[in-house]
Design a protein around this ligand. Structure first.
Ligand code: FUB
Length: 469
């Protein structure tokens, strides 16, 4: 290969990694993404995987939001098994929607009676607080089938709740969104509706890794995602191929079917995960597929993380095949650095985590030497800021917060020498001059450096930042 070609390859490799955006959260494991658009923002509701176990032993759910599809603000853990007096274990896939100013978060858990049931929590804001609306399950039939709720309110005001593994069910929700009318209906599964029929248990079922798994073209497994677009109803779901899940979909002209199988959306991708659980939204003129992989460092089939791809529908409303990517979607907005921004608004991060306290809310924690946070598409405008302010808590001293633009080693525009503030939850605002003028749109990197500290020691906690002109 010629020197120029090698150089071009090296540059594009660097560019690819410089723009890594998937998985979209690096501070925790975020399976089963369920996006919701509300008030010009996207909210992403996820589970909370705990890698290292050999099953989906999750105990809580998380919320993130974004205005630009690349910088995601962590809103912490507004809901957990403890929120439901009747829950025992397994905080599995969930979806939240808004109706009349209230937010209904449909979840599924293992109950004290050892079955899976669907419950609903209600809150006054998309980030909570939420509380169990009923004090008991909304859907419980004494079986393990009641998982993965998906909900949609149709144009005529009728709300539908679909769910299930291995069967697909629905009920018509009442206007209160916490009760339903009529029977639980089961959707027939055929080659025509979902691309195939589940073989008898013990011959291809996904639950047991040691089972023989004959090649199956497709079938409904779990993780339904129900929505309507341009008069078409869509049912996306986790299908099955070669012993692992794919994402497939069916369409209908009515909210209750008949469903017509349309094929696979995401097929034979190197996700490293048995499951893939998806969600689809339109936002600021684009369409997005949310799904999970096991590609975050330290992840696996029980350490899954949300990723996003943008796509365009075909003219007839069908969905094209979509591949996973590292880059994810392009930004659809800029970030204003002159407004207080939570430090946990992150496009990419290394060597830090998030935590939450009643007093402070969510903040960036576990900051280690060599770590950084990248925030994309920050618009400084025509005039450079003069100062940089950050709210920091440090139980010990010895850290520096450096601010760079364009890359982690790019131009340094400000630096704060962090001294002890009196405790890890004692917050102090530090302000320093901007030493290198910056205008226009840049990616900003908050880089964490230790001073005379061992590499692994926690440096400081970081709550929010802003620039001033
Ligand atoms: O996350 C636990 C379970 O795995 C979900 O409920 C399924 O959809 C699958 O993703």
């Amino acid at each position: 290969m010629k020197k120029n070609a090698l150089m071009a390859l090296a540059i594009s490799f660097t560019a690819l990694h410089a723009n890594a955006q998937n998985p979209v959260v690096q501070t925790s494991y975020t399976p089963d993404p369920a996006p919701m658009v509300y008030n010009n923002k996207v909210y992403m509701y996820t589970g909370d995987d705990i890698p290292g176990f050999d099953f989906y032993y999750m105990t809580r759910w998380r919320v993130f939001s974004s205005s630009d599809m690349v910088n995601w603000t962590d809103h912490g853990i507004p809901l957990a098994l403890e929120s439901f007096s009747w829950a025992r274990d397994r905080a599995w896939a969930a979806q939240c929607i808004e109706r009349n100013g209230k937010f209904y978060w449909y979840i599924c858990v293992q109950t004290e009676q050892n079955n899976m049931s669907i419950g609903v929590a209600v809150g006054d804001s998309p980030t909570g607080p939420f509380k169990d609306a009923l004090g008991k399950p909304l859907i419980t039939t004494g079986t393990w089938y009641n998982i993965d709720p998906t909900v949609f309110v149709d144009d005529d005001g009728q709300a539908y709740l679909y769910w299930g593994n291995p069967n697909l069910y629905y009920v018509k929700l009442n206007k209160d969104m916490i009760s339903y009318s009529g029977a639980i209906n089961e959707i027939p599964q055929t080659v025509e509706t979902f691309g195939g029929v589940r073989p008898p248990r013990g011959n291809g079922n996904a639950a047991n890794a040691n089972e023989k798994r004959p090649e199956i073209k497709d079938m409904y497994v779990e993780g339904p995602w129900f929505y309507k677009r341009n008069g078409n109803y869509y049912m996306m779901y986790a299908g099955m191929e070669k012993g692992k899940e794919c994402l497939s979909y069916a369409m209908s002209k009515s909210p209750t079917g008949p469903w017509v199988y349309k094929g696979k959306i995401m097929t034979e991708q190197p996700t490293n995960s048995f499951t893939n659980h998806g969600g689809i939204i339109d936002y600021k003129g684009n369409s997005y597929l949310f799904y999970h992989t096991a590609l975050l460092k330290g992840g696996g089939s029980y350490g899954r993380s949300s990723s996003i791809e943008s796509f365009s529908y075909n003219p007839d409303g069908t969905i094209p095949q979509i591949n996973i990517s590292k880059e994810g979607p392009a930004p659809v907005d800029v970030l204003n650095p002159y407004q207080k921004t939570e430090a946990e608004t992150i496009a990419w991060s290394v060597n830090c985590k998030t935590d939450q306290h009643a007093k402070t809310g969510v903040f960036v924690s576990d900051i280690r030497n060599g770590g950084y946070i990248k925030v994309r598409n920050v618009d400084f405008g025509k005039e450079s800021p003069k100062s940089f302010t950050a709210s920091i808590a440090a139980g010990l001293g010895g850290g520096v917060l450096e601010v760079h633009v364009d890359s982690v080693g790019g131009t340094k525009i400000a630096a704060i020498n962090v001294s002890r503030t009196g405790g890890w939850d004692t917050w102090k605002t530090f302000t320093e001059a901007v030493v290198s003028p910056v205008t226009g749109v840049h990616d900003v990197y908050f880089s964490f450096k230790g001073q005379n500290v061992t590499a692994g020691r926690k440096l400081f906690n970081f709550d929010y930042w802003l620039f001033k002109k």
